[in-house]
Ligand binder design. Structure first.
Ligand code: ADP
Ligand code: MG
Ligand code: ZN
Length: 450
C-alpha cells in the first residue's frame, strides 16, 4: 500500500473524515508520517492543526506521542475530543487524583502501552519524575513524536511567552532520533525563527505555512490632514463599500454586507459612531464601557445584519467570525503589524472583494507613542515587563514607518510573516496608482511640517 492511501485510510478510520481540510494539512501530515524531518506547521485557528500530529501519531503502532500544550483547559478539550473517537489520550498533571495518575503511569510502564497521546504542560515536563519516565519510554522505543502545540509560547517574541517552554530544547539532545512537530497559528518570521532555535529543530525543517496574502482585500491609507470633513469621508466610504440600496450588494446568503470601524479609545468610538450616524449612515458603538447586556445586544444586532456598521475598540472581534464583512476601517493607527493584519483580516472571509482602510495622522501617532514611552519608562529595570514594553514601542514604530512609505501594502504583511512577495494585482493604493500615492504622502508630510 502506498503511503498516500494508507494515510487516507487512517484519516477515515480514526477520524471519520473523507478528505483533508486543505492541501497544506495533507502535505504536513504526509511529511510527518515519513519521519524524515522535523515539521513546522503554521495555519490559522480552526484549520485543523491537531490532526497534523494526531494522525501521524495514530499511525505509529505500539508507540505514543508526547504533546506539549500550554493550558490544562486545552489539554482537557483535546483529550475529550479524542475519547469520543475512541482514542486513548491522557495527561499527567497536578489536578488529577492519585488513582488516575497511577492508572496512567501503570499503562506507560506496561509492556504494551494503550495510551496514544500523552498531553503535558512544559512545567510538568520539567519535573524529575517526568524526565525519568521519558527516559524509560525512549529506552523501550515507545516514543512516536514530540509535538509542541501553540509553539509560539516558546518564543520571547510570541504574545504569550512561557519560560518553561525553553527547556524543551534539551530533549532534542537527549533523544536525537525522535521527530518533532511544532504547530502554531500564523506567526511572524521572528517568532518562527525563534521556535526553530529554541526547540533546536533539525535543519532543514519541513515548513508548512498558510500564506498570509489575502487577495480579495484592497488596502489603502488616507491621510487625515488631507480630508475636510472626517465623518462625511467615513460615511461616504462605508456606503461605497456596502453598495447603495439600489445596487444592493447581496452576499450569497442574501444578506447585505457589513463593516467595522476601529478606534483606539471609548471616547473616540462614541464620537465617530454619532458623527457617522448623523451623516445618515447608521453606526452603533461597542466598547468595554458598555454594560455586558448592551454589548451583547450590539454585537448580536451586528451579527444578524440589523445594524450593519459597528464602531468599536479592538476589544471587538475576537472569536467573531462573520463572512460578509465588506470593510474594516482603522480610524487610528493600529498597535502593530500583527494587530493590523488580524483586525483588518476580519474583512472578506467569504472571499469576496472587500476593503481595508487606515486613516493616518501624526497626532494619533504622537499620543500613542507618548503612552508607550511612558509604559516603557515605568517598566525600566523590571525584567520581562521592560522587555515587553520596549517591544511594543518598537513594533509600533514599525507600522508608523510603513504608513509613511509608498510600498505595496500587502508586501508589508508578507515581510512580517516571512512570505515571498505576493502578486498584489492592484489590490492596494500604491500598486493601483503609484504616482497618486506618492503625491498624497508628500503632501501629508509637507502639511505636517507647517
Ligand atoms: P486548530 O488547532 O488549527 O485551531 P483544530 O485542530 O482544533 O484546529 O481543528 C479545527 C476543527 O477542524 C476541528 O473541529 C476538527 O475536528 C476539524 N477538522 C480537522 N481536520 C479536518 C478534516 N480533514 N476534515 C474535517 N474536519 C476537520
Ligand atoms: Mg490547536
Ligand atoms: Zn500592492
Amino acid at each position: 500500500m502506498t503511503d498516500k492511501s494508507a494515510i487516507k485510510e487512517a484519516l477515515e478510520k480514526f477520524f471519520g473524515h473523507k478528505s483533508f481540510k486543505s492541501e497544506l494539512q495533507e502535505r504536513a501530515i504526509t511529511c510527518a508520517v515519513k519521519k524524515k524531518q522535523d515539521v513546522y506547521v503554521s495555519m490559522p485557528t480552526g484549520s485543523g492543526k491537531s490532526l497534523c500530529f494526531q494522525l501521524p501519531g495514530l499511525m505509529c503502532e505500539n508507540q505514543l506521542t508526547i504533546v506539549f500544550s500550554p493550558l490544562l483547559a486545552l489539554i482537557k478539550d483535546q483529550i475529550d475530543h479524542l475519547a469520543k473517537l475512541k482514542v486513548q489520550a491522557d495527561s499527567l498533571n497536578s489536578k488529577m487524583s492519585t488513582k488516575e495518575r497511577e492508572r496512567v503511569i501503570m499503562d506507560l510502564r506496561a509492556i504494551k502501552t494503550n495510551i496514544k497521546f500523552l498531553y503535558i504542560t512544559p512545567e510538568q515536563a520539567a519535573t524529575k519524575f517526568f524526565q525519568d519516565l521519558l527516559h524509560s519510554l525512549h529506552k523501550h522505543k515507545k516514543l512516536a513524536y514530540f509535538a509542541v502545540d501553540e509553539a509560539h509560547c516558546v518564543s520571547q517574541w510570541g504574545h504569550d511567552f512561557r519560560p518553561d517552554y525553553l527547556k524543551l530544547g534539551d530533549l532534542r539532545a537527549k533523544y536525537p532520533d525522535v521527530v518533532w512537530l511544532a504547530l502554531t497559528a500564523t506567526a511572524s518570521k521572528e517568532v518562527r525563527e525563534d521556535i526553530y532555535k529554541q526547540l533546536r529543530l533539525r535543519q532543514p525543517v519541513a515548513q508548512f505555512s498558510t500564506p498570509s496574502f489575502r487577495s480579495n482585500l484592497y488596502y489603502d491609507i488616507v491621510y487625515k490632514n488631507s480630508i475636510e470633513d472626517d465623518f462625511h469621508h467615513l460615511a461616504t466610504f462605508a456606503q461605497h463599500c456596502l453598495g447603495d440600496e439600489s445596487e444592493f450588494k447581496a452576499t450569497p446568503k442574501g444578506k447585505r454586507g457589513c463593516g467595522i470601524i476601529y478606534c483606539r479609545t471609548r471616547d473616540q468610538v462614541e464620537r465617530v459612531a454619532v458623527g457617522v450616524s448623523k451623516q445618515g449612515v447608521g453606526t452603533v458603538a461597542y466598547h468595554a464601557g458598555l454594560k455586558t447586556a448592551e454589548r451583547t445586544e450590539v454585537q448580536e444586532a451586528w451579527m444578524r445584519g440589523d445594524q450593519p456598521i459597528i464602531c468599536a475598540t479592538n476589544s471587538f472581534g475576537m472569536g467573531v467570525d462573520k463572512p460578509s464583512v465588506r470593510f474594516v476601517i482603522h480610524w487610528d493607527v493600529p498597535q502593530n503589524v500583527a494587530a493590523y493584519y488580524q483586525e483588518s483580516g476580519r474583512a472578506g472571509r467569504d472571499g469576496l472583494q472587500s476593503y481595508c482602510r487606515l486613516y493616518y495622522g501624526r497626532e494619533d501617532v504622537r499620543s500613542i507613542r507618548f503612552l508607550l514611552q511612558n509604559d516603557a519608562q515605568r517598566a525600566r529595570g523590571r525584567g520581562d515587563r521592560e522587555m515587553l514594553t520596549e517591544r511594543a514601542l518598537r513594533q509600533f514604530e514599525r507600522i508608523v514607518d510603513f504608513c509613511e512609505q509608498t510600498r505595496c501594502r500587502h508586501k508589508l504583511f508578507a515581510d512580517y510573516f516571512g512570505d515571498p512577495a505576493p502578486d498584489c494585482s492592484a489590490q492596494c493604493d500604491v500598486c493601483k496608482r503609484p504616482k497618486q500615492a506618492a503625491k498624497a504622502l508628500e503632501t501629508f508630510q509637507k502639511l505636517c511640517m507647517d
